[in-house]
Write a protein that binds this ligand. Structure first.
Ligand code: PHE
Ligand code: ZN
Length: 873
């Protein structure tokens, strides 16, 4: 049992740092018995603070440091002059301005948390956000302390030929015993979470970018030897991002060197360290035969995201970690816009919302619900969440919706004019937007402050005499601290019974009251409203649509998001009714009107776009549907959703087969939006076709698997087979075995192989996953493997939430094993328990037992402890 619960850190307790650090010189000496880090810090008392007059002690952060020496102004301090405890170094009295030198030894080879300085296959890498720098040297590890860094690395030259740090190379040379050194100087002040260094054996792809003002930036992507042919896509993505940020926001790259280093062991996706991004290989490496269309697009997005951070995050950074969404929400919004501009805006928005509903809405409804700007945390690493990132992006998007694109751009300019080089808050960002637009955001700030998803209920009335149509909205958010209303932008359009959009009635309504009515005059007949176009606010919207109205919107709405949304609403209604029917032992009914709507979509894909139709024919996911139920019966829900798939497969067999044939590739593979859309729809068709128990369908999937010249089609066939029914078992096993045989040398492809099995709907999936934990392809110390196998299983609603609790018990044991090595990754797995209270009493009892066994596990990390404590509530 935990001896004590760590105290939460509160936003309300923020105080400015007592000492600032102007410059940092790091000397990093990599040796067999550890790495010795000598840090020379130019420190100065922070004159602007109340405490300055009192000569406060110097308190620095450190973790797992073996302290060899502490010196102030060149004088080595006796041990009695300072105090070291588990997390701090305190020097009781220091002058107003002084130089601190510390020498510590760290053990990167033993660093399994992958935070700080750690070993991966090809060498040594860093990860400092949020608080990893303190695992490298004693420092004021907080983002409002910004310093200029110079770093010298020393290492064995043959083993670690590449020595990198942030900024510009200013010196290098050989040393005795086959060693060498390199010195890097970063001209920009930065918080230490943006520090990075690398000592490794890597290949490099080089390129250049000419900025708008005519400077040349040297670009480099460093990867594991032998992988250079998987780098060009990331390089193109980088250059596209650089050009896009100049065009859209007038933001030019400020660096002479922009480097990306790919590493196979990485807790997150990628990291925006100044001038030296460190990336999970997953978001760098791609080649048509090993990466899917989705991988290619994700690489574009993540490369852009980290590049965009150079302005939104690095030039202007966060005052404290509560402000995380200041950089993350804004940067996600920017990468979304980049993705929309470079791929397909319509489906980009649909996918964003699909993702938000699958991850953020459940988070916001569960025990980890927190505001976009949290007010407290126990472990900051637990707050790199869908709420801070994706809901944060929605909040920024609403600001643009409220003031318009031009004012938003002016607001960005104003933000940089005011705050370049500073560490600021979300309020500062919104204040700049307000200054540029004149818009009053006072009420809007509720979006930053409150947890929970607001629910908006709409009702309509039509007065034929007065030719007046009214919409009345009511809003509520039971998770909020009070019931004050939000400011919610609601884009609406009205359609007549023939599906014509009524001219002059498309507008953005600003909902500011708990209940509010909006009138539309000169409306000739009762219209069909299209509400929340383009998903103009992250809310749950209820309106008593009839199936006929939804069918009309699906066919007629020119806003692709709301057309898709109408289809999702139709399908949701059917699946939830069927779930209740199945739970009660009745057979579900599938109306012909739905089949007809699906048929129209399928046969009309040339006009509507294959990518859109692929999205429209993809039913809402089980996790998203589960949120709409008070108590989830995962077996009934699963049977209902698959029942609808099966029904469509039977009813539209000819149409699916025809589209499948018509969408066959006509030329060589390219990851273009157009081709990707056609492949997506063709593979949706394949999935439906395989719902039928017919040898010819299995053969089709096997043929596609064997004949594909690209990973998108090969993997889609594998995934279809991996989910196929009992009769397809031999075909499934053969394809899985072949896939592993072929790709066992490509780590990222092996991840797909693990994930496709962990996500399978087959009843014996848990047994498969258990078996795979002992397979040589699995490795508990590699986050990508853990996410692929274990987190995919944890998101497999029907199998993870098995009625006998076997999924929960297995998971708890895995989390315990992982927590001892890597608490951050263990904690992410623990989040799979979030929604345990939505299930029946039997499942809840099993989940509670699993959570309590975690809570009582000796040595449980603060990371997992916080998640478990909140889950048990
Ligand atoms: N700041 C990174 C990003 O969003 C994410 C990250 C957080 C990476 C913490 C590592 C550790 O781009
Ligand atoms: Zn980010």
């Amino acid at each position: 049992m935990r001896s004590e619960t760590p105290a939460p850190i509160l936003l309300a307790d923020y105080t400015p740092p007592a000492y600032l650090i102007d410059t940092v010189h790091l000397d990093v000496d990599l040796r067999a018995d550890g790495t010795v880090v000598t840090a020379t810090l130019a420190c100065v008392r922070n004159a602007g603070t109340a405490a300055a007059a009192t000569n406060p002690p110097l308190v620095l952060d450190g973790e797992e440091l073996e302290t060899l020496e502490v010196a102030v102004d060149g004088q080595v301090l006796p041990a009695s002059a300072y105090r070291i405890d588990a997390e701090t170094l305190t020097i009781a009295t220091v002058p107003a301005r002084f130089t601190l030198r510390t020498k510590v030894r760290i053990q990167p080879d033993a660093n399994t948390q992958l935070s700080g300085f750690y070993r991966s296959k090809d060498g040594y890498f860093t990860q400092c956000e949020a608080q990893g720098f303190r695992r490298i040297t004693w420092f004021a590890d907080r983002p409002d302390v910004m310093a200029r860094f110079t770093v010298t690395l020393h290492a064995d030259k043959a083993a670690y030929p590449v020595l990198l740090a942030n900024g510009n190379p200013v010196g290098q040379g050989d040393e005795a015993d086959g060693r060498h050194y390199a010195t890097w100087e970063d001209p920009f002040k930065k918080p230490c979470y943006l520090f990075a260094m690398v000592a490794a054996k890597l290949d490099v792809l080089r390129d250049t970018f000419a900025t708008a003002s005519g400077r040349t930036v040297q670009l480099a992507i460093y990867v594991e030897p032998g992988k250079l042919d998987q780098c060009p896509h990331a390089m193109e993505a980088l250059k596209k991002s650089m050009a896009w940020d100049e065009r859209r926001f007038g933001l030019e790259c400020d660096l002479d060197h922009y480097m990306i280093v790919a590493v196979g062991d990485f807790n997150m996706g990628a990291m925006e360290n100044k001038g030296l991004n460190i990336f999970n290989t997953k978001y760098v490496l791609a080649r048509p035969d090993v990466a899917t269309d989705v991988d290619f697009e994700n690489i574009d997005r993540v490369v852009a995201h980290e590049y965009f951070h150079n302005w939104t995050g690095n030039r202007v950074t966060c005052r404290d970690w509560f402000q995380l969404s200041l950089k993350e929400g804004l940067t996600v919004f920017r990468d979304q816009e980049f993705g929309a501009d470079t791929h397909n805006r319509d489906v980009a928005r649909i996918r964003e919302v699909r993702g938000l509903r699958a991850a953020q809405f459940p988070e916001d409804a569960g025990p980890m619900a927190h505001p976009v700007r949290p007010a407290s945390y126990i472990e900051i690493n637990n707050f790199y969440t869908a709420t801070v990132y994706e809901k944060g992006a929605e909040v920024v998007r609403m600001i643009q919706t409220l003031i318009g694109r031009e004012a938003f751009r002016a607001g960005m300019d104003e933000y940089f004019r005011r705050h370049d080089g500073q560490a600021v808050t979300c309020d500062d960002f919104v204040a700049a937007m307000s200054a540029a637009s004149g818009f009053d955001f006072t009420q809007f700030m509720r979006w930053y402050r409150e947890p929970g998803t607001p629910r908006v209920t709409a009702a309509s009335a039509y007065d034929a005499q007065a030719r007046r149509y009214t919409l009345t909205f009511t809003q509520a958010n039971p998770k909020a601290s009070d019931n004050a209303p939000y400011l919610i932008p609601i884009r609406v359009a009205l359609f007549d019974a023939q599906g014509q959009e009524l001219e002059g009635h498309s507008r953005t309504l600003l909902l500011t009251e708990t209940t509010q009515t909006f009138a539309f005059d000169n409306v000739a007949s009762a219209p069909v409203p299209s509400l929340l176009r383009d998903f103009s606010a992250p809310v749950l919207l209820d309106y008593p649509y009839t199936p006929a109205e939804l069918t009309l919107l699906l066919a007629a709405e020119s806003d692709p998001f709301n057309a898709w949304e109408a289809g999702q609403r139709l399908a949701t209604g059917l699946i939830l009714e069927a779930t209740a029917a199945i739970a009660a032992g009745r057979a579900p009914v599938w109306p012909e009107s739905f089949t007809a709507a699906a048929r129209t979509l399928l046969t009309g894909y040339e006009a509507r776009g294959a990518a859109f139709v692929a999205e429209a024919l993809t039913l809402p996911g089980e996790a998203t549907l589960a949120e709409l139920l008070d108590e989830v019966n995962p077996d009934a829900l699963h049977a209902a959703r698959n029942g609808l798939r099966r029904h469509l497969a039977e009813a539209l067999h000819a149409e699916f087969a025809a589209a499948y044939a018509a969408l066959a590739p006509t030329g060589p593979y390219a990851p273009s939006a157009d081709q990707a859309g056609r492949r997506a729809l063709r593979n949706v068709c394949l999935g439906y076709l395989l719902e039928r128990d017919a040898p010819a369908e299995r053969q089709r999937a096997q043929d596609q698997y064997a004949g594909a010249d690209n990973m998108t089609d090969q993997f889609a066939a594998l995934a279809a087979l991996a989910n196929a029914n009992a009769a397809a078992r031999p075909a499934r096993e053969a394809a899985l075995a072949d896939f592993y045989q072929r790709w066992q040398g490509e780590a990222l492809v092996v991840d797909k192989w693990l994930a496709v099995q962990a996500g399978s709907r087959l009843p014996d999936t848990l047994a498969t996953v258990q078996r795979l934990t002992a397979h040589p392809a699995f490795d508990l110390s590699n986050p990508n493997k853990v996410y692929a196998l274990l987190r995919t299983f944890g998101a497999n609603l029907v199998r993870f939430h098995a009625a006998d609790g076997s999924g929960y018990a297995f998971f708890a044991e895995q989390i315990k094993a992982l927590d001892a090595r890597n608490p951050q990754v263990a904690s992410r797995l623990a989040r799979c328990f979030d929604r345990w209270k939505k299930f029946d009493a039997g499942r809840q009892a099993h989940a509670r037992a699993a959570l309590e066994s975690l809570r009582d596990h000796p040595g449980l990390s603060r990371d997992v402890g916080e998640i478990v404590m909140r889950a048990l509530g």
